[in-house]
Design a protein around this ligand. Sequence first.
Ligand code: 5GP
Ligand code: MG
Length: 200
Amino acid sequence: MSAGPAHEPRSMTAAPSLRPNYPPGCQVLFTGAEIRAAVERLAREIKAVYGEQELTVVCVLHGGLIFAADLMRLLDMPVRLGVVLASSYRGTATAPGDLHVQIHPSLDLAGRHVLLLDDILDTGRTLTRLRDDLRALGPASVRLVTLVDKPSRRVVPLQADFCGFSIPDLFIVGYGLDWNERYRNLPDIVALPPGAGAGT
Ligand code: 5GP
Ligand code: MG
């Protein structure tokens, strides 16, 4: 599946009138309307693959929450929802640390078509680990959907089956993505200024 056009920093728009709940010095990378268009395209691509088959969306919390909510409502086949917890960023850091995942024992995927959904594919460690853990539960298939891909950061070879946006190495927040548990509620996706929070 195509990831759509790659977005370079020069395409970002400085937004002087941002509300005070936006990070200082940030730049808007994707507006809410652009995100909506990407999610609609993903829904069409997913529909083209699964048709009327039942789908089990497994959302990686917390970052995938808003993307999952919007995408699911654009899918018109029967859809089940499961969640898993994953975290690798700690506090104010913008570089990944140890990966922690939690899969609840009640997650029933045997014989199901699973769509593992995350906010962003970065090094690839999280989704590789989760995909392997979910495969152990006996699903009929597992595919990956990510809203954002940062291919230049990959340390584990992994490609999403469905991808909204491809971006360079920026740290982004909004639309579910956080920095230190903040900014998940922004309707846009914005990039923090380079170096912000790094190593702290
Ligand atoms: P990976 O395991 O692929 O390195 O990282 C995936 C996870 O790291 C994502 O689910 C997300 O939680 C976090 N992450 C990676 N890049 C970013 C980013 O630019 N912004 C935010 N807020 N989280 C990120
Ligand atoms: Mg995440």
